[in-house]
Write a protein that binds this ligand. Structure first.
Ligand code: NAI
Length: 733
């Protein structure tokens, strides 16, 4: 066997591809055996180009297998660092064109080409697979196929927007591209993204050898995989001008509804995928490269790349604790709304859970909820749902918690009750066990105040619904030790969530930033703005839902209670008008009672016209500039976020702290991802303009808008960055 390493230099050996030619079959491995994460870098492209040159000149080769460098690997796409640095359309276009022409050369090889996929084959990796004649994959959990580029504010630009619609039809391809889907093996087969699955044969290489063998068989002219054909209706919608027009129109409408028109990539993806079908490959690739290039430099894409790096980093940050968390026994105390959700999340991630509640009914309700939740989570894998559920144990007594590495308490929000159960837990468990509370408002140091080892007490603040919400605030007191922080944060990462470490200030980080915004919505209502106008102003800015709708979702009783705590902790700037409390006292608790600010007869509810009389609201809003309402809502959050940054509520005030606040606001509040989080938004507006807007609001609305000292300091020092600490700000280290 002849083995060539299409090599550029020794230092770039890592990023090369390996070409092995054995008789009539060539195998192109997309990396070296040591590489665990293969991306498309310029060095790898160069190596690939050299390998292709050898194949193009070799008439003896009848088939080529393109495969990852080992079990569980293929190619995870373009190197995102390359994308983030590009600021010129011409540079971006030449990057795209280079990738396209490389894959076009694969498509034009005279022999049979087979992509053999045993790991992540996404983005540019899947675009390479699309350029092959066949795609086969191992039937293992590691496999993912799809095109996630839209999540970075761009479109597939190495031929994916052109080839996928031709392979599976336009409607199905748009579904993958616009949702950025990355499908597991079986669903990839069903959708036609792969042509055949190779059963893992139970060998330690997870079927990698069997996959390669089958790919070679196909490459040498053996039995071909049966490719999914496009149904007749889909063909008409794909390969006729009128059909494409219909699909594009519908897709544009849907995309606009889903994104509020804030993201330029979806309409562009629809345009390219649709028009490309009526063009030859050269023209089609050209419009794809142009669109990608123009999208790469948009602020929306830069913000989404910022978010991508934050999420990647969050996953890696607590890796040193990974082994300790693996297989850890966790007990959850309290099987109500939160306890059940937290238990479901733990079980779904493969952990054993003991769930304890005094109340039989609560335990039964929780068990039913957890079973349903796991069923939904593993809707394509009933056996996994069942086996995860079997790892749940229920008990009615706290005394059953004797050997947990971590207890997560989610009982009533009462300090004396929590203190009592923490005392019991401390005596039941060895001192190595970590005791976490899901409290949303109580100080961790007070919960731990009677314990002899308060360093193991911490807050793990999940959001509701705990199975779905991606943020966990890891709340530390001044006594909490590093091990407890690292363990709980690593556990949150294991659950697929983003842990952000915060101080135990009232409201912690997220509710502290959110509270003035919710209060401001109520003040605006009192000034005569309509429910529709208030919620629309927030949604138009990019929030996932308006503040009054959010209050209804949270529950007006809960919201009124939190508002009271916040205004007594922070004074004037978090004062709330009495509307929420009044509605709650009338039994209008929001969605859960069928009425709040909205009336819920249909699924979405509609604003309640009776509210005007009920709350004695003015008939008309005040006459102000059109942006005032939006500014009132958004600046109330931004001003508080700057205070949190300067007070080091999320880590020390450095680049990373701003990133942590960005991550928390996106994952906890849904703060417009295309703006990259609240601190990045503040940075994009600039301190001077923010101060100007806040001062204007301060003049009109008083104490709620006293500008943060850090905002004033930055504006005074010439728009200094929020991503850097500043002298004179009230920083607590
Ligand atoms: P819940 O009222 O739905 O459930 C509490 C459960 O704890 C009940 O089933 C009750 O029987 C049980 N319980 C009470 N005392 C107990 C004890 N001594 N031993 C064992 N079980 C006991 O409450 P929910 O909403 O789940 O809240 C729990 C905690 O999570 C609270 O601290 C709350 O502030 C916090 N939280 C709530 C959120 C929410 O949206 N509901 C969001 C984030 C945090």
């Amino acid at each position: 066997m002849e083995t060539e390493t299409a090599q550029i230099s020794e230092s770039q050996q890592e990023q090369s591809v390996q070409l092995e030619i054995s008789g009539q079959v060539a195998v192109l491995r997309l990396g070296t055996p040591d590489e665990r994460y293969v991306t498309i870098t310029p060095a790898r492209m160069e190596s690939f180009e050299q390998a292709l040159a050898q194949l193009e000149g070799n008439t003896a080769v009848k088939g080529v297998v393109i495969i990852g460098s080992g079990p569980g690997l293929f190619c995870a796409g373009a190197d995102i660092n390359q994308i983030s640095g590009v600021t010129e359309v011409s540079v971006a276009k030449s990057l795209a064109s280079r990738g396209q022409s490389l894959f076009q050369r694969v498509a034009e090889l005279k022999c049979t080409t087979v992509a053999a996929i045993s790991g992540a084959c996404v983005g540019g990796g899947y675009e390479l697979a699309l350029a092959c004649d066949y795609r086969i994959a191992s039937d293992t959990n590691e496999v993912r196929v799809g095109l996630p580029e839209i999540n970075l504010g761009i479109i597939p630009g190495f031929g994916g927007s052109v080839r996928l619609p031709r392979l599976i039809g336009l409607p199905a391809a748009l579904d993958i591209i616009l949702k950025g889907r990355m499908l597991p093996a079986k669903r990839g087969l069903k959708a036609g993204l792969v042509d055949e699955l190779i059963r893992s044969d139970g060998t330690s290489d997870k079927g990698y050898t069997a996959l390669e063998a089958r790919a070679k068989e196909i490459a040498l002219g053996g039995p071909k995989p049966k490719q999914k054909s496009i149904a007749l209706g889909e063909k008409l919608l794909t390969f006729t001008g009128i059909g494409r027009k219909m699909v594009a129109k519908e897709a544009r409408k849907k995309a606009h509804k889903a994104t509020g028109g804030h993201y330029p990539a979806p309409p562009r993806a629809i345009d390219v995928a649709t028009r490309a079908l009526g063009m030859n490959i050269k023209q089609a690739l050209d419009i794809e490269a142009q669109a990608l290039a123009e999208l790469i430099i948009t602020p929306e894409s830069k913000s989404l790349v910022h978010v991508y790096f934050l999420t990647e980093e969050a996953g890696k940050r607590w890796k040193s604790m990974k082994d300790e968390v693996e297989g850890a026994k966790v007990a959850v105390l309290g099987a109500g709304t939160m306890g059940a959700g937290i238990a479901a999340s733990l079980l779904g991630s493969g952990l054993d859970v003991l769930l304890v509640d005094l109340d039989d009914k609560a335990r039964n309700r929780a068990a039913a909820h957890i079973e349903e939740s796991l069923g939904k989570r593993f809707k394509y894998d009933a056996a996994r749902a069942k086996s995860s559920f079997e790892h749940l144990k229920l008990d009615g007594s706290i005394d059953s918690i004797t050997d947990a590495a971590l207890v997560i308490e989610a009982i009533v929000e009462k300090l004396d009750v929590k203190k009592q159960v923490f005392g019991q837990l401390a005596s039941l468990l060895p001192s190595s066990a970590i005791l976490a509370s899901n409290t949303s408002s109580l100080p961790i140091s007070e919960i731990a105040s009677d314990l002899s080892n308060p360093e193991r007490v911490i807050g793990m603040h999940f959001f509701n619904p705990a199975e779905k919400m991606p943020l966990v605030e890891i709340v530390r007191s001044s006594q909490t030790d590093h091990r407890s922080i690292a363990f709980t944060a690593a556990l949150a990462s294991k659950l697929g969530k983003y842990p952000v470490v915060v101080e135990e200030v009232p409201g912690f980080l997220v509710n502290r930033i959110l509270s003035p915004y919710l209060a401001e919505a109520a003040w605006a209502l009192g000034d005569g703005y309509s429910i529709v106008d208030i919620d629309r102003a927030a949604v138009q800015f990019g929030m996932p839902m308006g503040p009054l709708r959010l209050l209804d979702e949270v529950g007006l009783d809960v919201a009124a209670h939190v508002a009271e705590i916040m205004s007594s902790s922070y004074g004037n700037r978090m004062e709330t008008p009495p509307f929420t409390a009044k509605l709650a006292s009338l039994g209008r608790l929001g969605r859960k009672s069928g009425k709040g600010f909205y009336v819920y007869e249909g699924k979405n509810g509609s604003p309640d016209p009776q509210l005007k009389d009920l709350l004695d609201l003015p008939d008309e809003p005040p006459e102000t500039e059109p942006e005032e309402l939006r500014d009132r809502l958004i600046m109330s959050m931004v001003n508080e976020a700057i205070r949190c940054f300067d007070e080091a509520v999320a880590g020390t005030p450095c680049r990373d702290a701003a990133g942590q606040i960005d991550l928390a606001t996106i994952m906890g509040i849904g703060f417009a991802p295309f703006r990259g989080g609240i601190m990045r938004y503040a940075e994009s507006v600039g301190a001077r303009e923010l101060l100007e807007r806040t001062e204007k609001l301060h003049d009109r609305h008083g104490a709620r808008f006293v500008p943060a000292s850090g905002l004033k300091a930055r504006a005074a020092s010439g728009n200094a960055s929020f991503y850097e600490p500043i002298e004179g700000s009230s920083t607590i280290q």
